[in-house]
Structure formats: C-alpha cells, structure tokens
Design a protein around this ligand. Sequence first.
Ligand code: FES
Length: 171
Amino acid sequence: MNTAVLPPVSELEPEVLQQIDDCVERWSDQEGNLIMILHEIQNHHGYVPRESSLLLAEKTGVPLARIYEVLTFYHYFRLVAQGKHHITVCNGTACYLKGSARLLGELESRLGIKEGETTEDRLFHLETVRCIGCCGMSPALVVDETTVGKVATTEVAGIIEKIRIQEDTHE
Ligand code: FES
C-alpha cells in the first residue's frame, strides 16, 4: 500500500474517488484488470492523473511503482493532461520529402512547445505521426478531426490563429 504519499481521501475529487471505486469493482476478478482499469481512467480523463494512480494503488494493493511501470511501458498511456486542440504533423516519408519538418518547426516555434508537449494554457497539443494515409496531400496535418493537405509553412500561423479566434468567441 502507498498511503504514505496519498493525499487524504477527503481531499480527492469525489468524481475521481467514485470512478476508481467503480473500475476496481468492475474489473476486480478479471485477468489483466490493472490495464483495463488504467484504460478506463484514461478514457475518462484523457490521461491518467497521478491522484488516480495513488488511489488505485491503495484500493488494489498493487504497488504504485508497478502501476507506473505499466503506464510508462505502454506508449498509449498519457501521464499529463493534453491540450484541448490537437495538431498532428504527418512525418511519413511522403510528407517528410515535402517539408513536414519545416511545418513542425514552425508550429513548435509559434506555439512555444516541442513535439509531444502541450501549451501552458492547455489549448494546443502538438504531436507527430507516421503516415495518415493521405500521401497525395502531403505535407499533411490533422487539426483535431480535420485533415489539412498540401500545407505551406506560411499557413501555419493562420491555422493557429483560427483556433484562437474560435476559442475567444466561445468565451
Ligand atoms: S506520409 Fe504523410 S500522409 Fe502519408
């Protein structure tokens, strides 16, 4: 048990407490339950918050170190909350040959983050992927759910700005 580092239960969000209780109960007798519980936590929050891991360790008796071993072994799991808007740069061969590295560089510089990171205001998350299957549109980006093809480096600022304006008008 890892109670030494666990904040008092009363300080945890009721929603977190309830979710862990539900998951543990649902998966308690099943093989591979730790992974399934972690999947549920990530599906719920978009990542696996540290407080969820701490509580999970307490509820299941699985050492916290083991939980983090699993979380860091599988690249699927995320340990920090990501930005609201995801920009994914295709880094496959066709896109690379058409300048995806320049697009990535422009995005990194304009957003002030590196690939795999999230802006401080949690508005943008930047990542790369290998081939999204639209090689004829290279270089390509995926902005949230939308694929944008034949992107010029000079268009990057406008893509970011458009999202910022949308966010401002929704506030
Ligand atoms: S390499 Fe980018 S879409 Fe295929």
